[in-house]
Design a protein around this ligand. Structure first.
Ligand code: ADP
Length: 256
């Protein structure tokens, strides 16, 4: 009996070691690739004469590589903070309508570029003061819309916010991010929420860190929520979640 317990412990330890070394080799690759690109381009530019026609092209690649590196490092920092339980949600009042409008503005250029429609369907009767962590909420929705646009070539990406229930001090909101993109095969659906999984890695254009959904899932746990996925290859995907927020009644004039 003792042997079985020991064996079990050993397997757990071995799995943890393997996960760690997978993480490290994955990370070295993720960081080294754009960094090599950046260093290489800097060398080329230093060797070339100042007015080279290549300059703009090189700068574009340089920007692409450094943006990617920045995204990888941010994701990894977030991810390790979450894993170490170092992220705590803030609780400040914010206007959800404003948050969603800013999000829309951020994504309009990307959607336009790909000639797909970006639809924001926001419940018109949301209170103007929700108390929560708007930065983390923004991060979750951003990850989902970013993916939706990334994996959609025709049709639309639609973000919906619906009020499900309102009590005296709390509000239940339902969020969906829907796309008409490539979809995700059923067998891959559970794994995409794990760290570093990418279903289609060969596609360079769509290369991300494979951390976005893992981060979103972990962040949603902090909101005491979970994420759901419905997807069909060739048709599209719908990601959804619900969050309960404290909110403030419309402002009452406060006497000075
Ligand atoms: P990343 O996008 O950085 O690769 P994510 O964790 O955000 O990492 O996503 C993991 C994988 O899940 C993606 O590589 C992609 O294969 C798949 N995926 C995520 N969102 C979508 C979507 N809206 N449509 C199709 N595939 C998706």
């Amino acid at each position: 009996e003792q042997n079985i317990a020991l064996e079990k412990q050993k397997t757990i330890a071995e799995n943890a070691t393997k996960a760690k070394s997978d993480f490290l080799s994955m990370m070295s690759h993720e960081i080294r690739t754009p960094l090599n690109g950046i260093v290489g381009i800097v060398h080329i530019m230093m060797d070339e004469d100042q007015n080279s026609k290549n300059r703009n092209e090189l700068l574009t690649t340089l920007k692409f590589s450094s943006d990617h590196l920045m995204a990888v490092v941010n994701d990894v920092l977030d991810f390790s903070k979450i894993n170490a339980d170092h992220i705590q949600l803030d609780a400040f009042a914010f206007d959800p309508g404003l948050l969603f409008e800013n999000l829309r503005k951020t994504f309009v250029p990307r959607a336009d570029e790909k000639k797909i429609s970006l639809i924001f369907d926001i419940d018109s009767k949301l209170p103007s003061h929700i108390i929560s962590d708007s930065v983390r909420l923004n991060q979750i929705i951003t990850n989902l819309i970013h993916n939706a646009i990334k994996f959609t070539e025709t049709g639309y990406v639609k973000f919906t916010v619906r009020e499900i229930a309102r009590e005296e001090k709390t509000l239940l909101l339902h969020f969906t991010v829907e796309d008409t993109g490539i979809g995700i095969p059923v067998e891959e659906q559970p794994t995409i929420f794990e760290s570093f999984t990418q279903v289609r890695q060969e596609d360079n254009e769509n290369k991300g860190t494979g951390l976005g959904l893992a981060i979103s899932k972990e962040l949603l746990l902090l909101f005491k929520s979970e994420i759901f996925l419905k997807s069909e290859p060739g048709k599209g995907s719908v990601f959804s979640f619900e969050i309960q927020f404290p909110y403030l009644e419309e402002e009452v004039a406060v006497k000075p």
